[in-house]
Design a protein around this ligand. Sequence first.
Ligand SMILES: *[C@@H]1O[C@H](CO)[C@@H](O)[C@H](O)[C@H]1NC(C)=O
Ligand SMILES: *[C@@H]1O[C@H](CO)[C@@H](O)[C@H](O)[C@H]1NC(C)=O
Length: 289
Amino acid sequence: MLWLVFLTFPCVGASIPMTPDPRPGRELAGIIGGCPVSAWRFPWQVSLRFYSRRSQRWEHICGGSLIHPQWVLTTAHCVDPQELEACTFRVQVGQLRLYEDDRLTKVAQIIRHPKYNESLSAPGGGDIALLRLEAPVALSERVHPVSLPEASLRVSQGKTCWVTGWGDIRIGEPLPQPFHLQEVEVKVRSDRYCQQAYRHTFRPEHAGQLTKGDVLCAGSQNRGPCLGDSGGPLVCKWNCTWVQVGVVSWGNVCGHCALPGIYTRVMSYVSWIHHYVPQFPAPSPVGSS
Ligand SMILES: *[C@@H]1O[C@H](CO)[C@@H](O)[C@H](O)[C@H]1NC(C)=O
Ligand SMILES: *[C@@H]1O[C@H](CO)[C@@H](O)[C@H](O)[C@H]1NC(C)=O
């Protein structure tokens, strides 16, 4: 059974099976590996919010990353359905513990990738979206954009990268209070490895997805994203710089906790991103810190 690594909001996200794994001693993938993020290691992490009438607050629904002082990168499925306007979302930057001293920023515009097909959702591809904020956020050591890769960047198999989020720590087990941002180290897998891992679980309409080169596969048993982590960044370090190479998109548990997570491959979409989002920092000669 296909399981999407996301939970948007009750009207569309309610059909996700969340039965606990009956086998003892085998935890399912989540942001587990269970390390709270120390200090301001990932200052680009944002929380995407949607208003819940039931709890009467802006609930966390997805992750995202700041890629420019006025732009957030997330997945298209996090802002489903298309009819939802920008004003129904908010973004929280610079927070380690969810809901602690919320200072939400309004979203002025949502740009969903044209290739994204809502009825196929994340596994259909093009699962990427840009959110333009109402105004640039103030940068600090807690709030800072992440670097985007060159389109030509190759992430080698076995490269160690990091994924962060406030999603479930096990299937059906939400992150407990005080909702401290979690990080986990994952290894990037070859496309071949993922095709093998997923060959028995794909529905036919998703079958070609892993060979199109617009997703990246990473993770291992007990390590990776879970519900509520969608839209969050997968970052790796090169030359002392963190670069976002993936966006948490979906995954499959169906009893195989070893199946790696599937990320939208940022390198495949950087030219689309820069069609809307100015380079940050601005290219020289203007460039400065
Ligand atoms: C989206 O996918 C569905 C199911 O495969 C298909 O019927 C539909 O035509 C697709 N929509 C677009 C706009 O491509
Ligand atoms: C890291 O630096 C080396 C040497 O300057 C360069 O060849 C390489 O492309 C850089 N890697 C990335 C990902 O920027």
